[in-house]
Structure formats: structure tokens, C-alpha cells
Design a protein. Structure first.
Length: 511
């Protein structure tokens, strides 16, 4: 059996889509599980859709996820030999050289390869030149739609142009494409690893364009040629590419090449079962990085979008290495996978809970620095010691790191409240004042050395007795100004003795 070789082949149209990350992850896992090779290839033949810096962003997102590719174009000090091609180096994306020694294979730098193979098919009379103008093609489609026919090319140039006319057009450098000659009336069948047997009728397949008038190949030609030259054994990609697969298999047959095995992954769906799209929320990996989702949580969550370890397994948490051991394509589902943000939040919260406070501090610092309440706080409230205390209190409740401090701004800002918020149920003004005075006296009698979370909890609970609300509610509101917050002993521990007494005095003064 040939060594497993797979590729992730995104188009540079923006940031890495979460569905793209899943495709990359499954390809990576399959390659590593089978001691194979994971290749990165940028399919940028549609120059109109190219977004500046998207290649660099794609690579950085893959590196962030830990999905390092094994093979690509050598960039830094020499040139890299791509199979059956001339020596090339990455000239279209110089920024890639800053990311690593090897960049991805880049289709826009391989145009001569695709042109050679397209012209070869013309010589073999398996493809033909098409000189139809955009205006004629547009009118043809309108007429077909009006006649309730499926819009597809009518083979005009194949049927009507003489060799003399073709030669004349070529000599005059008339705009032209190259189309694949497809014979209708045949049934095409292939076996998909995930979906099983798939059948298509060739009569539903257009004489597809292989080479566009600008000299760039279509996705279909470039992908098939590259997969053949790069000896790809398995094409693992999204279900949206399933309708293109017959075109690719026809191309393999036309060239006389053996096609790879195909595996089409289920669609990613919103909770309402519509296709996951930007209109309904964040879809790029970068969006989730910016919101403070941990790498391990995203990889874990994405792996479960269409795959699970099998019947009888209750395991929900997997490291990347564990996923490599467990992953099998036959365990990928056919049905669409629901992208459940609540599930992602829960998984992420579990990973946050597993972090040490030192790790959580390192991961959270950049998110604190984005907050106005942090930037405007006193210097002592920006110290590592203080932030580690804040995080120790918040850790159990964080769904993502972008939420640090958001529900607990009272740790960084002065608090404001009215008298009624301080009041526990039907307490009188005198009872309320006595409660706050009691908390103040207790706090004053605790030394700085004993000002620990555990000690504060023990002393305050003992002092409250069975009527906890009467002591702890006014204390908590005086420290936070909020109806809901962590327990008062945790807040007092973070604020410190001086700040706790200051806020208690302010609360007493408004009574």
C-alpha cells in the first residue's frame, strides 16, 4: 500500500473558517494515525476572491492549533523541487517566509504546469478550445432557463468550429478557454469512505472549463493535477465538494490516472439546522481566538463535530495526541453536525478549570489589557499578585478568557449603590447599620497576615450564624454594588483589608 498522503487546500479568501479547521484537523489526524504526510496547499487560482494577508492568517491559525504541515515549498535560503515542475520559490506571498522555513504549495506559482496538462488534453482531442464571449454564454443560459432546461454549455465551439477557424483564432490571440469534452449518457460511480456508493449521470455534467481566458486553471483542473503530482492518496473535504467529485473523477479517467479515495465530511449546521454562516454568528477560528477560547478546547470541540470514538465510549475530552490515536474516518457521521456554542462554552470552561493560576494568568493578561476598567484602574490593581487573586475567584465561572473581569468590575472600579440595595429583605435602617458595623469591626480585628480567603470565610460564617443573609448580603453589596457576585469573603480577600474597610465605611456613611 502506498504511504498515506493527504492535503488541506484552502482558498485565500479571508480567515480560516471553523469548517476549514475541521477539514485540516481530520486530514492531520488521519495522516498522523497512519504515519502519513500532511500537506498544505493554497488554491488561489481565483484571483478575484483573493484577500490580502489571508495566506499568512491561514498558516498562523493552523500553527496556533498545532496542525503543522509536513511538506511545502522551501522558502528561506534556497528553492524547493516540486514533483514534475520547474524550480520555484514563493514570490506572491513573501510574508510567509517570516512564518517558517517552508511555505505551502501555492497554485498561482504553478500555472505553467496546469497549462501544459490542459494543452495536452487538447492535442489528444479530449478537450477543446472555446472562444464563446461572455455575452453569448450569458444569453445561452437565459434561453435555457426560459426553456426550463438545466443551464450548461451547448458545445457550440466543439460542434461548429473548423480546424481552420480554430487556428485563425489562436493566431489572432482571441480570448479563449479550454473545456473538457464530456460524453453524456454514462453512469459514474465511486465509493466514498463516509457516504458509501455514490452515482452520477454524466449527462448532468457540463463541459467544464479547465483553463480560463486569463491563463489560470479552474479549481477542478488545478486540484486534480496537483493531487496526482503530489501523490495524494485520500481527499478528505467538506460535503459541499461532493457535486464536484464526478468532474474530478472524469478528469482522472481522461488523464489515465488513478484517483485518490474520497471522504466527504458532513456539513456544519446552526442549531436551527441551516448551514453555518457568518450571518448567524462568528465562523472564523480567529473570532474564537479573539474571544479567549483555548486551543485545546477548540480542537476538542471541532473534533467532535461529526466524529466520535464509537459506541460505548463516554469520553468527551481529548488531547491532540489522544485524537490521533482514536481517530478513524469510518467513525465520521453522514448527518450534518450542529455547531452548539453552549457546548463549546462548556468544554472551554472545563479546560479553563484545569489551568493552574499561573497558566490562567499568562493566558488572560492580554485580555485584561483590552479592558477600559483595567487600563483606568490604580497601579496596585494591575499587579500580577492582584490579578491572580481575581482569577482565582473567577476561574470556576469563566466560559472564555475574554470574559475576565467583565462581571466583576468592582475589583477595579469604585462602587456605587443606593441604600435599598444594601438592605436584606425587610431590615430596618438601624438593623442594616448594625450589620455593616459588625462586618467593619470583624474586618478591623483580622490581621493582614490572617487576611486569607479560608480564614475570612470561617470567621464571617461563624459570625453570621444561622442568619447569614443579614450579615453577608449587606457586606457583599457594600463591596460590589451588585445584586449578584461571588461570596463576600472571596471579594474581601481580593480587595484586601484596607479597600474592604474603605467600602464598608462608604456604605455606612450613606445610611
Amino acid at each position: 500500500m502506498n504511504k498515506i498522503r493527504v492535503r488541506f487546500a484552502p482558498s485565500p479568501t479571508g480567515y480560516l473558517h471553523i469548517g476549514g479547521l475541521r477539514s485540516a484537523l481530520y486530514n492531520y489526524l488521519f495522516a498522523k494515525k497512519n504515519n502519513g504526510t500532511f500537506i498544505l496547499r493554497i488554491e488561489d487560482t481565483d484571483q478575484k476572491r483573493h484577500v490580502k494577508k489571508s495566506v499568512e492568517n491561514l498558516i498562523k491559525s493552523l500553527q496556533w492549533a498545532g496542525l503543522d504541515y509536513d511538506e511545502g515549498t522551501y522558502l528561506k535560503n534556497s528553492k524547493f523541487q516540486i514533483p514534475n515542475s520547474k524550480f520555484i520559490e514563493s514570490k506572491n506571498y513573501p510574508g510567509i517566509a517570516e512564518i517558517g522555513e517552508y511555505g505551502p504549495y501555492i497554485q498561482s506559482e504553478r500555472l505553467d504546469i496546469y497549462q501544459k496538462y490542459a494543452e495536452q488534453l487538447v492535442k489528444e482531442e479530449k478537450a477543446y478550445y472555446c472562444f464563446c464571449t461572455p455575452e453569448r454564454l450569458d444569453q445561452m443560459r437565459k434561453d435555457q432557463i426560459a426553456a426550463k432546461q438545466a443551464p450548461m454549455y451547448d458545445k457550440y465551439c466543439l460542434k461548429n468550429l473548423t480546424q481552420e477557424e480554430i487556428n485563425k483564432n489562436l493566431k489572432n490571440n482571441c480570448p479563449r478557454t479550454i473545456r473538457l469534452k464530456i460524453d453524456p449518457g454514462e453512469t459514474l460511480e465511486f465509493s466514498d469512505i463516509i457516504r458509501g456508493a455514490v452515482k452520477f449521470e454524466t449527462g448532468t455534467i457540463d463541459d467544464q472549463v479547465l483553463l480560463k481566458s486569463d491563463g489560470y486553471p479552474t479549481y477542478h483542473l488545478a486540484g486534480v493535477v496537483d493531487d496526482h503530482l503530489m501523490k495524494i492518496t485520500h481527499v478528505i473535504r467538506g460535503e459541499e465538494w461532493l457535486p464536484s467529485t464526478p468532474k474530478h473523477i472524469l478528469l482522472y479517467q481522461t488523464f489515465g490516472w488513478e484517483p485518490p479515495k474520497f471522504a466527504h465530511l458532513p456539513l456544519l449546521l446552526n442549531p436551527d439546522r441551516t448551514k453555518l454562516s457568518k450571518r448567524q454568528g462568528d465562523v472564523s477560528v480567529e473570532d474564537y481566538i479573539q474571544k479567549g477560547y483555548l486551543r485545546e478546547a477548540i480542537i476538542n470541540f471541532v473534533a467532535l463535530l461529526g466524529w466520535n470514538p464509537g459506541k460505548g465510549s463516554t469520553k468527551e475530552f481529548f488531547s491532540l495526541n489522544e485524537l490521533v490515536k482514536e481517530f478513524e474516518l469510518k467513525k465520521v457521521h453522514k448527518a450534518g453536525a450542529i455547531f452548539d456554542l453552549k457546548k463549546l462554552d462548556w468544554i472551554n470552561s472545563q479546560y479553563i478549570k484545569k489551568l493552574t493560576i499561573s497558566e490562567l494568568y499568562q493566558e488572560s493578561l492580554e485580555f485584561f489589557k483590552r479592558k477600559d476598567f483595567y487600563n483606568n484602574a490604580l497601579p496596585e490593581k494591575k499587579s500580577e499578585e492582584y490579578l491572580r487573586k481575581v482569577l482565582a475567584v473567577e476561574q470556576e465561572r469563566l466560559a472564555n478568557l475574554a470574559g475576565v473581569g467583565e462581571n466583576d468590575r468592582f475589583f477595579f472600579e469604585d462602587v456605587e449603590y443606593d441604600k435599598e440595595l444594601l438592605r436584606w429583605k425587610n431590615m430596618s435602617d438601624e438593623e442594616l447599620k448594625n450589620s455593616l458595623e459588625k462586618s467593619k469591626n470583624i474586618s478591623e480585628n483580622i490581621s493582614e497576615a490572617d487576611w486569607t480567603k479560608e480564614n475570612l470565610e470561617k470567621i464571617l460564617l461563624e459570625a453570621a450564624g444561622e442568619k447569614r443573609g443579614e450579615l453577608l448580603w449587606p457586606l457583599r453589596v457594600s463591596l460590589t454594588g451588585e445584586k449578584k457576585s461571588p461570596p463576600p469573603f472571596e471579594i474581601a480577600w481580593v480587595l484586601g483589608k484596607d479597600e474592604t474597610l474603605k467600602r464598608l465605611k462608604q456604605a455606612i456613611d450613606i445610611l
